[in-house]
Design a protein around this ligand. Sequence first.
Ligand SMILES: Cc1cc2nc3c(=O)[nH]c(=O)nc-3n(C[C@H](O)[C@H](O)[C@H](O)COP(=O)(O)O)c2cc1C
Length: 409
Amino acid sequence: MSGAPAPLRPYAGQRVLLGVSGGIASYKSAWLARLLTLAGAEVDVVMTPAALEFVGAITFEALTGRPVHSQIFGAGNALDHVKLAKAARAIVVAPATADFCARAATGQANDLLSAILLAADCPVLLVPAMNDRMWAHAQTKENVAHLHKLGYRVLPPDEGMLAAGEGSGPGRMPEPETIFAYAGWLLEDHHALGGKRIVVTAGPTREPVDPVRFLSNHSSGKMGAAIAAAAWRRGAEVVLIAGPGNIVAPPGACVVRVETTEQMRDAVARAIDDADALIMAAAPADFRPATPASQKIKKGDGAPAPLELAPTPDILVSTIAARRPGAVVVGFALETTDLLANARAKLGRKELDLVVANDATEEGAGFGVDTNRVTLVGREGAEERLPLMDKREVADVILDRVVRLLDGR
Ligand SMILES: Cc1cc2nc3c(=O)[nH]c(=O)nc-3n(C[C@H](O)[C@H](O)[C@H](O)COP(=O)(O)O)c2cc1C
């Protein structure tokens, strides 16, 4: 029986303290509380009195299934600021108002949330969100610079639509999904890939037939995006070279967008000279129309002329000379026949350390879906067949192997 794997709960049992201060973006933090809870975290929400003017504590209580804390004084919670600080594996304050940033930068402890920051010794992420003029103020800038000096991590605001009537500018709180990804970075036990540069490719490529049509494939880019996210969480500097599609890149990655296989090859060649690892999860087109038409091919009366195809460059083979000596190189083999024989052939021909082989005809594997069933084939010939897994779990297994290979160099 194939059976879909259970939903991932990567933060199961981890205590995350979500601080909410009183800004217009406070409502978005309800979704952040939800994302963290769905990922298995035990979320302790601490709201400033001002935050309670914007969103009710009951919303957070219902979403997290845990009591919400907001009072520093109160019978029965005299030492909450110390207990909550000690219990937290990570603290995220989102939104962090200008006022809250000022209090944190100057070590004030006049409400429960700011007192918790002083008592904490876990990683803390502050997510400032405010009007663009407040964000541009010299005092805010000085406060934020000082927060960095104190060791707090600060996720700068996005540029975009502000509160009603305030137009657009820098100050908007990043989307909860982005903050959630940073929480994953904070919760990572140790950043085993710290100081390493990893290049990942993802998605399909498109080869033009004429100005309005192209040849491509069903690759969604999910596998490559999951690898890039996992590498970034483990502390790597990540370059994600992505073909067209709705690929969700990890927030800390440098993303290079490409269209054709040739463009992907050129981007890879530029990126890999100082890369410690190259993980090629993209599905670049193997063929392209030999001479794309300069104008749209008309339907006409009869059948159009047959398409003449030409091979595209093999990205891994043609960039071997550009690799940094000792770089770990992982390739993917998506096949419909002779899976393992094809994977083994790729190992030598493309000078790879590891091939991730998957069969496009297997249920739950390959393109488009969130799961994959892969066999890892190592240079020394060892094969490891993994069960049906979420692509994010497959990414972690591949990165465990990459870490081991890098450690051995
Ligand atoms: C409607 C409204 C929206 C506000 N939005 C923000 C905001 O987005 N960012 C901010 O820094 N302050 C904002 N403020 C001001 C804060 O609520 C105020 O500075 C408060 O003292 C913050 O308290 P706290 O940091 O303890 O939560 C807003 C105030 C009002 C009335």
